[in-house]
Design a protein. Structure first.
Length: 502
């Protein structure tokens, strides 16, 4: 259960918020002044702070600064009865997650709280380490700390290329499209572009479009006027206004509804917007960076995304490779997350055993960096030895091959290679030079030119291809093949009788 600290000198408001948030599954602690709030922060260790901007004993900005200095990972939502764009921009620059006005709209405050908690759990610290070559020696590196998400830019060829692209595009005002799987670090790259741009002293506002409901997406992005719709009890300043002069990052932009995409097209074309229910245009000077885990041109052909909006956004694009394609970077990330978790838990785990490194390099990491970080945190917590061993890793990772393809434990262990994967037999239809994937073979006691054999070959290859596309997630593969999960299991068992490796 997430803990929320509510700070407000209005006792009735505190009690009202406590009752409402408790009903929605949160544990709530109250503080009626700034001094009490700072004490409760240490005692209650809340996951989120809901703070009134005007308190009797301390200014909201001053309290926000103290909270972020002591607890930089704790998201803070500022609440006030005054709708002031300057205040909104100021508190966002000081590190507030969001800014809402009284009277509070229940759906609005719940959405903000849920979004803040989700983002906080996904990214506990806003720190990145850049590892780049110091000279021409292969073994010589230097580290530099930057504030662009818990992320590492290594000296691998892939990331040297990304850094070159960031350096090239950052000084411009181009709109940027970042492609990458969920958890691969798209927001961190957007932050780094903002940091290296002329807008670095202005707000950087990140929005997860996938977390916005269709009803509130327009209000969150563009704001609304009082009385513009049921529940709009006060004027709300949208995220585009808050980001004015700076950068706005729209993650998973394909999730926005058609109506919101139309409004977004006007923003991109004319650099103007209008609050919902408003009759006055607001000039915007904001750089737009968007991200997606699916090809927007493909989404446009399916009618999910406006093609004209895609072409407006696609002034420059950056491709972020998934973790499974970055074997060179994997252990750099893992050691970085281990160091952070050691500091957090006051432990001194020295590193990873060779067996664990081999498992990490064999696993396909569908959750990318987010999954790797969580696995390292869990393993560090459970570890009682100097090095992290396979016994403290999740079952689905240590038994990946067995779970996905029905191998025995001995066969799964034998597939783990510390240096290079076993060569792929020539009988396999699909091979990968990077990811050591389980190999499918068929030894059928039939004429190789028979119709039955051809049918089995075609079906077999379709299953392999679907599994590859789904990162060996059988539920997703079944959807790709347009069959239920049970049917896919039965087909895989059918091939298993012809294949000792399957």
């Amino acid at each position: 259960m997430s803990k929320i600290l509510v700070i407000d000198d209005d006792v009735d408001m505190c009690l009202l918020l406590k009752r409402f948030l408790t009903k929605n599954g949160y544990e709530v602690t109250l503080a009626h002044n700034g001094k009490k709030a700072l004490d409760e922060l240490e005692n209650a260790e809340p996951n989120l702070v809901l703070c009134d901007f005007r308190l009797e004993d301390i200014d909201g900005k001053e309290l926000l600064i103290k909270i972020k200095e002591r607890y930089p990972r704790t998201p803070v939502i500022i609440v006030t009865g005054y709708s002031d764009i300057k205040v909104a921009v100021d508190v966002m620059k000081l590190g507030a997650y969001d800014y809402v006005t009284k009277p509070l709209f229940p759906d609005e405050i719940l959405l903000s709280i849920k979004s803040a908690l989700q983002k906080s759990s996904a990214k506990q610290e806003n720190v990145a380490t850049v590892i780049m070559p110091e000279d021409d020696s292969k073994n010589s590196t230097k580290s530099k700390t930057i504030t662009s998400g818990q992320y590492i830019f290594s000296d691998s060829p892939e990331f040297k290329n990304i850094l070159k692209q960031i350096d090239l595009v950052s000084p411009t005002n181009y709109s940027i499209l970042i492609y990458g799987e969920s958890g691969s670090g798209k927001e961190a790259i957007a932050q780094e572009i903002h940091k290296r741009s002329k807008r670095k002293d202005m707000p950087f506002v990140a929005i997860d479009c996938g977390a916005l409901s269709k009803e509130l997406a327009g209000s969150e992005l563009f704001g609304h006027e009082k009385g513009s719709f049921t529940g709009a009890l006060n004027q709300k300043i949208g995220n585009f206004e808050i980001a004015n002069g700076g950068t706005i990052f729209l993650d998973e932009v394909a999730n926005l509804s058609y109506d919101v995409q139309v409004a977004l097209l006007r923003v991109v074309q004319e650099r103007k917007m209008r609050r919902i229910g408003g009759n006055k245009d607001i000039d915007l000077d904001v750089r737009i960076i968007i991200a997606s885990n699916e090809r927007l041109l493909d989404a446009a052909k399916k009618g999910k995304f406006r093609e004209d909006l895609y072409h407006r956004f696609n002034e420059f694009s950056i491709e972020v490779p998934p973790l499974r394609d970055r074997k060179y970077d994997m252990m750099i990330f893992a050691k970085h997350f281990l160091k952070l978790t050691n500091d957090e838990l006051s432990k001194n785990i020295k590193g990873f055993s060779p067996e664990v490194e081999a498992i990490f390099k064999t696993y396909v990491w569908p959750g990318n960096l987010r999954e790797l970080k969580n696995v390292v945190k869990r393993a560090t917590l459970l570890c009682d030895t100097e090095y992290i061993m396979p016994t403290v890793l999740p079952f689905e990772i240590t038994n990946f091959s067995k779970l996905q393809f029905g191998e025995t434990s001995e066969e799964a262990t034998s597939n783990i290679q510390v240096k290079q994967p076993d060569p792929v037999p020539a009988t396999a239809t699909y091979t990968s030079p990077v990811i050591p994937e389980p190999v499918f073979t068929k030894q059928l006691e039939i004429n190789e030119h028979s119709l039955k054999g051809a049918s089995i070959d075609a079906e077999y290859e379709m299953i392999v291809e679907a599994l590859r596309k789904a990162n060996y997630n059988k539920s997703k593969a079944a959807k790709i093949l347009n069959v239920d999960r049970k049917t896919l299991y039965n087909k895989m068992k059918q091939y298993k009788q012809f294949n000792s490796d399957l």
